[in-house]
Design a binder for this molecule. Structure first.
Ligand code: G5P
Ligand code: MG
Length: 223
């Protein structure tokens, strides 16, 4: 397929598989909008909005936010994407088959990138994750450590660990992903939009994702 000008896409993968890290590279390299359902939820929870308060009890112990509540939270953002002039990448949505069907109605995607990283690698790396709550910037003590320990590179503000990165929540999130991902991957496989990438590290996976996306859309920066 020749490189087109506008691409609607999404990225899937287990919690901690590197969706946020790979997304950051994709949107920078291919000049796309990035919409992360987890970042939207964490902001609403931090701001204590009505929907944020309802979502908090699910997010903080590693459960999925129910589909009807999730659609209330992200529906307007999906409608904005469906009419956007630029390319976009959705990260963390859909998580269930009903969500995939809703997305299909509102803003169908042309490309689905699925990351496949072994669970033992994920469990190990999540222990070292630190985030900057205001921007969503993500660090890892073993992979992309902040310049100053415990501080955001751009603002110098303190970094925190996510409530749902506690070992019991991570275990629950991985179990939920194992149960829910199959039917979604099957749905996108049937539409011929699915591209799967496996590896143990983001640096191993990213060049493969780049090569694939470059067949669909012109990169702003060459790798
Ligand atoms: P989120 O925010 O979507 P998850 O659980 O899907 O959360 P998460 O945890 O954000 O995914 P990720 O984005 O896949 O993980 O991974 P990441 O943050 O890029 O990388 C993980 C860590 O590893 C980071 O510290 C990173 O620096 C490091 N890292 C990356 N690559 C490497 C590497 O190669 N080597 C090493 N050593 N480290 C590396 O959703 C959160 C919650 O919100 C709710 C749910 O409750 C969910 O649990 N939610 C929804 N609920 C219902 N429906 C939806 N659609 C929902 N969306 C969110
Ligand atoms: Mg993420």
């Amino acid at each position: 397929m020749s490189a087109s000008r506008r691409l609607s896409s999404l990225i899937m993968g287990a919690p901690g598989s590197g969706k946020g890290t790979v997304s950051e590279r994709i949107v920078r390299t291919f000049d796309m909008l990035h919409v992360s359902s987890g970042d939207i939820l964490r902001k609403m929870i931090r701001d204590k909005t009505e929907l944020g308060v309802q979502a908090d009890k699910f997010v903080s112990n590693g459960q999925l936010v129910p589909d009807d509540l999730m659609l209330k939270i992200i529906g307007s953002e999906l409608r904005r994407l469906s009419s956007a002039d630029s390319s976009w990448l959705l990260d963390g949505f859909p998580r269930t088959k009903p969500q995939a069907l809703s997305l299909f109605e509102i803003a169908p995607v042309q490309v689905v990138i699925s990351l496949d990283v072994p669970f033992d690698v994920i469990i190990d790396r999540v222990k070292g994750r630190w985030i900057h709550p205001a921007s969503g910037r993500v660090y890892n003590t073993d992979f992309n450590a902040p310049k100053v320990a415990g501080r955001d590179d751009e603002t110098g503000e303190p970094l925190v660990q996510r409530e749902d990165d506690k070992p019991e929540s991570v275990k629950r999130r991985l179990e939920i992903y194992s149960q829910m991902a199959g039917p979604i991957l099957e749905f996108y496989g049937q539409q011929n939009v699915l591209a799967q990438f496996s590896g143990n590290t983001t640096n191993e996976i990213w060049p493969k994702v780049y090569e694939y996306l470059a067949t669909k859309i012109e990169p702003k920066e060459k790798l």
